[in-house]
Design a protein around this ligand. Structure first.
Ligand code: AGP
Length: 608
């Protein structure tokens, strides 16, 4: 999604604005812009369609020593990607950047006859509205911002500067994150804390409905109703190495390869393998509340949804008397679904900012249902609005395609399920195998990545020519197939879709021909032979099959086999998913596409 940065202090604003926007590139964008203001009030606005490098080329001729400014990377919603539609937008003496969507921009625009619109964006309507209250500086900027925001329906994260008083930035948020970095004789603004790393470790996360006047040595926060808000300064946990490529060609490969470490962080202090016990601090549910749970609703989008699907398969294996449904947030939020009593909702989100997931959370909370977050980004909106939760601590995930977060989310949810089972008195002998395998998982991931990466890289080049793919699995290998298909789809633009093996004969088998290849996930177990006969049905119709299996005796005649050598029995699908991640990465590299920022996608979908 779009990125916002802002700076007021004693250094060159342009430097932070550009470096900060580069940190936010991973969120996906199609144009960028910055504006700085000189002490005497001269504004320098530079905008460019395309990438930040295009913006930097324009900056060469426009270097300024100004010490205040704002910047933005735009992911087009209203109005095509263009310089005219790029932010910052101007209205009179004001310049503004905006994340979110102004739902009632058409009505608001009608009342702004005095403004000559130069873009097709809803954001320009907002800055024109603010200016209509600012009256060329007759009123304090913050008052004009508040007056305007009270008329707005929709979501926003904004930063506004005026050439009339170039020593303050006014910021406000509702539904789109903003964080204020507290520096020494400088204050920084960003829509994502990763832009602040290396500048300050002190951050204030703005909440919905709050507006702040930010100066180099002061931050004053109020609600839209002018109630003072005491700023809560929090520690930014991320460090520089976590948001740099660390020698890898792409963030995607780095994040795939760092899963042994990221999962270790997820497990830290939470797993006692020797005694078969899990202890999660965060959910905030009493033993009694845990014992009373009879229904789980697991909510997410995309990969987070797939993580919920896979976790549900595991949890129902050891907590027999609860029902579990995994739902797509964008669907569930509009359904009239009955939520039985003694339900708990698990809200899964890497970014903690996904609009549909956040909206779904709010709908579920309205029904008085306890909500538990399984979130990666510390301090994110979802993390702060759930009743309790468990941070997965996978570290910043920069690549648009989610990989390490998936693994950590699944295991964090399984650990939450074990916590419920422990409270319900499920015998340790039933739970211990899961706990023991969870403890072993980082090491198993490490050895699978080390042993399989080259094999996968070798075959990937062979499959880049296919435009279509079918991913297949049964039981816990079915959500694995779903996630694998999404990975390949979103980075290599291959039309990859997943089906439960048992569904093949109900339609998808008709697809099998030379246009497709099939990836079959074949973990050993009670359904293995059934899956093998499904693979034979595909082969009998000329299918081109990649088999991913932990059966070292696998001997079916298929196009390619990726063997996983592991002592695990329960969490083999987590290891199989590593193969999907690597395969998607290497196919995309072979195709020469943008691995970390696939077309049309954003890392955090903060609009509906
Ligand atoms: C996954 O690779 C995609 N980037 C996307 O499906 C993502 O999982 C989805 O948008 C949910 O994001 P969240 O986990 O940040 O809520």
């Amino acid at each position: 999604m779009c990125g916002i940065v802002g700076y007021v202090g004693e250094s060159k604003a342009q430097d932070f604005l550009v470096s900060g926007l580069k940190r936010l590139e991973y969120r996906g964008y199609d144009s960028a812009g910055i504006v700085t203001v000189a002490p005497e009030g001269e504004a320098t606005l530079i905008r460019a369609k395309g990438k930040i490098t295009d913006l930097e080329r324009k900056l060469v001729e426009n270097k300024k020593e100004d010490t205040i400014g704002i910047g933005h990377t735009r992911w087009a919603t209203h109005g095509e990607p263009s310089e005219a539609n790029a932010h910052p937008h101007q209205a009179g003496p004001l310049y503004m950047v905006h994340n979110g969507i102004i739902e009632n921009c058409k009505e608001l625009k009608k009342a702004l006859k005095g403004h000559e619109f130069k873009s097709d964006t809803d954001s320009e309507v907002l800055v024109a509205l603010i200016n209509s209250f600012y009256k060329d500086g007759k009123y304090p900027l913050v008052n004009a911002v508040v007056q305007a925001l009270k008329l707005v329906q929709g979501t926003y994260g904004i930063a506004v500067v005026s050439v009339k008083n170039p020593d303050e930035i006014v910021v406000a948020r509702s539904g789109s994150p903003l964080v204020i970095g507290v520096g020494h004789d400088e204050t920084l603004i960003a829509s994502d804390a990763s832009a602040l790393v290396g500048h300050t470790k002190q951050a204030i996360y703005l909440n919905d409905g709050e507006v702040a006047v930010v100066k180099k040595n002061s931050i004053e926060i109020k609600t839209l109703n002018a109630e003072p808000v005491s700023a809560k300064v929090e520690e930014i946990e991320t460090n520089l190495s976590a948001i740099q490529k660390g020698g890898y060609d792409h963030f995607l490969l780095k994040e795939i390869m760092e899963q042994p470490d990221s999962l270790t962080e997820t497990l830290r202090g939470r797993v006692d393998a020797e005694n078969g016990i899990v202890s999660l601090g965060g959910p905030g549910l009493s033993e009694k509340e845990l014992r009373s749970i009879q229904h789980l609703i697991i909510v997410g989008c995309g990969t987070a949804y797939h993580a919920g699907m896979l976790a549900a398969y595991y949890i129902e294996q050891f907590t027999p008397e609860i029902t579990i449904e995994t739902v797509i947030a964008s669907e569930y939020r509009y359904r009239q679904a009955y939520i039985p009593k003694n339900s708990v909702a698990i809200i899964v989100s890497q970014s903690g900012e996904t609009a549909d997931t956040l909206a779904c959370l709010r709908e579920i909370k309205k029904q008085g249902v306890k909500t538990i977050g399984i979130v990666n980004v510390i301090g994110s909106t979802i993390a702060r609005e759930v009743d309790g939760g468990t941070y997965v601590h996978a570290g910043p995930e920069i690549s648009v395609a989610s990989t390490k977060a998936f693994t950590s989310q699944v295991i964090a949810m399984v650990m939450f399920g074990i916590t419920i089972a422990q409270a319900k008195g499920v015998r340790t002998s039933i739970l211990k195998p899961y706990v023991e395998e969870i403890a072993k998982l980082p090491g198993e991931i490490k050895q699978v990545l080390a042993s399989s990466a080259d094999d996968v890289k070798k075959i990937a080049g062979k499959y880049k020519k296919y435009d279509h793919a079918i991913y297949l699995g049964r039981d816990t290998a079915y959500p694995t197939a779903m996630e694998g298909a999404l990975k390949l789809k979103e980075v290599s633009y291959t039309d990859a879709n997943a089906y439960a093996f048992g569904e093949l004969k109900h339609g998808p088998l008709a697809l099998v021909d030379d246009r497709f290849f099939e990836t079959a996930f074949l973990p050993k177990g009670m359904l293995y032979e059934k899956a093998i006969s499904n693979v034979q049905e595909v082969l009998a119709r000329g299918g081109h099959v990649i088999a991913v299996t932990n059966n070292q005796k696998f001997d079916l005649k298929v196009d390619d086999v990726i063997r996983i050598n592991t002592s695990l029995e329960l969490f083999v699908p987590i290891l199989m998913n590593l193969i999907s991640q690597l395969f998607a990465y290497y196919v995309t590299v072979a195709k020469g596409y943008n691995v970390d920022q696939p077309r049309n996608l954003a890392k955090s979908v903060t609009v509906e």
